[in-house]
Write a protein that binds this ligand. Structure first.
Ligand code: TRP
Length: 456
């Protein structure tokens, strides 16, 4: 099992960066970040978020990529190799694969809505609404229809499977090289449209004018959690993508590019949304409904809104798709590396099983809406377990593994590979990074964890 099998690698450095940025840039950036910023004071939240990205995101993304690249394995194989087959760490690697499976199952339900909304935008449905409540009612009637919800979910899963099926270079890398630039172009077009509306002052000052009075200790934890989720950390996605990375490439600079791209997309998305939103006189604090309830109304009031609405939902779908691809890849890599399955078999079997697991999530908005545990429906429950338990526990144990088991010397030695000239200049960097991984991240993640359980 631990023998060095022939394993695919990224065809280029940029291939890794785009694929990993694709994993990171997702619904979290375009749907969640803007509404969190909207509810938590705009500019101040953005700054707190950037701070969080630096203290938690950067050190941890280096840690994950490092573990993957050092071992050339999926999460289970990676921890088995580095821990000399310790059962605890094997089980931990397995948690990553399970988390990939559960996140993929409900994330794809929401991703399916984005596909459905591309068609709503094309049909011009939004023009029949005048108030956000009209849009909200329409959203509820769509998601309340089990056929609509399940079909778009399955369609989205099939799309995801088709990329992973063709492998690292011919599927994921090629797809990312096409989808990520397209995503950036669409985002820039929407940004320009938003900033050239009349009356953008309100929106811009919301995003630029600092008002610290809205920032509370909880805001930091919220931003830390968001940075963590947005960078796809804690379940081995970055680890798996790192495992296809060439030892000659620099983890330092590639990881930095991924983090920068991810944070830029989140912030640009906020700048594409709020000026337009304020310009048509709407409120920024709509919460999770921002994208599906408020924005359709914004589009109807904007010149060229028909066209920009279609672009916006294509943007969301692209962002989601490059993320679901990385989730399915984690599961696939496990069965390919550890069980010797062919990639195609793993994709078909586990793609189908994910569809089965996701169906109750898709039905939580309609026929299963009354089925609740602790007042959470199936969708909320699996979201809660994955994002609030699996991911923080994953991130915590990854830091503990590097900080206390793999140790400083070995970790920094592997981190240096491919970044020799960087380390010649900034020889202290390894120490600082290790300090963050050993002491800072575990504490911060633990606090985020307690908060997400509602304990602090
Ligand atoms: N980063 C993704 C987003 O912002 C969501 C996500 C969280 C994710 N963890 C992941 C994606 C793991 C892929 C793998 O929407």
């Amino acid at each position: 099992m631990l023998k060095d099998v022939e394993r695919e690698k990224w065809g280029s450095r940029i291939g890794f960066i785009l694929a990993a940025a694709g994993s990171a840039v997702g619904l979290g950036n375009i749907w969640k970040f803007p509404y969190l910023a909207g509810e938590n004071g705009g500019a101040a939240f953005i700054l707190v978020y950037l701070f969080s990205v630096i203290v938690i995101g950067l050190p941890l993304i280096y840690a994950e990529i490092l573990i993957g690249r050092t071992t050339n394995r999926n999460p289970v194989g990676a921890f088995v190799t580095l821990s000399n087959n310790h059962p605890f760490w094997r089980l931990f690697g397995f948690l990553g694969v399970i988390a990939g499976f559960s996140i993929l199952s409900y994330y794809s339900v929401v991703a399916g809505w984005t596909l459905g909304y591309i068609f709503e935008a094309i049909k011009g449905t939004f023009y029949s609404f005048s108030l956000p409540t009209d849009a909200a009612n329409h959203f509820n009637s769509l998601t309340g229809n089990p056929y609509w919800n399940v079909s778009y979910f399955i369609l989205f899963m099939l799309l995801t499977m088709s990329f992973v099926y063709f492998g690292v270079q011919k599927g994921i890398e090629l797809g990312s090289k096409f989808m990520m630039p397209l995503l950036f172009i669409i985002l820039l077009v929407l940004l320009v449209r938003s900033l050239t509306m009349e009356n953008t002052n309100l929106g811009l000052s919301f995003l630029i004018k600092l008002d610290w009075s809205v920032v509370r200790p909880g805001t930091f934890l919220l931003a830390l959690g968001q940075a963590f989720f947005s960078l796809s950390l804690g379940m081995g996605a970055m680890l798996t993508y790192g495992s296809y990375m060439n030892k000659k490439d620099s983890i330092i600079s590639s990881g930095f590019s991924v983090v920068t791209l991810d944070a830029s997309v989140a912030i640009l998305a906020a700048f594409a949304i709020f000026p337009a939103l304020f310009a048509v006189g709407m409120e920024p604090n709509a919460g999770p409904g921002l994208v599906f309830h408020t924005l359709p109304i914004v589009f109807t009031k904007m010149q060229g809104g028909y066209f920009f609405a279609i672009l916006f939902f294509i943007l969301l779908a692209l962002a989601a798709l490059t993320s679901t691809i990385s989730l399915l890849e984690v599961i696939t890599a496990y069965f390919v590396d550890e069980k010797g399955w062919s990639r195609k078999k793993a994709v078909i079997i586990f793609g189908s099983l994910t569809i089965l697991l996701g169906i109750p999530s898709a039905l939580s908005f309609n026929v299963l809406s009354n089925f609740t545990i602790n007042s959470l429906n199936f969708f909320d429950l699996i979201d809660f377990i994955s994002s609030n338990i699996f991911l923080p526990v994953g991130g915590f144990l990854i830091s503990i593994f590097i900080g206390y088991f793999l140790g400083k010397e070995k970790s920094i030695e592997n981190l240096k590979q491919g970044s020799e000239s960087f380390f010649d200049k900034y020889y202290w960097f390894g120490n600082i990074w290790f300090f963050f991984i050993r002491f800072v991240s575990p504490i911060l993640i633990f606090l985020v964890f307690l908060r997400s359980l509602g304990l602090i």
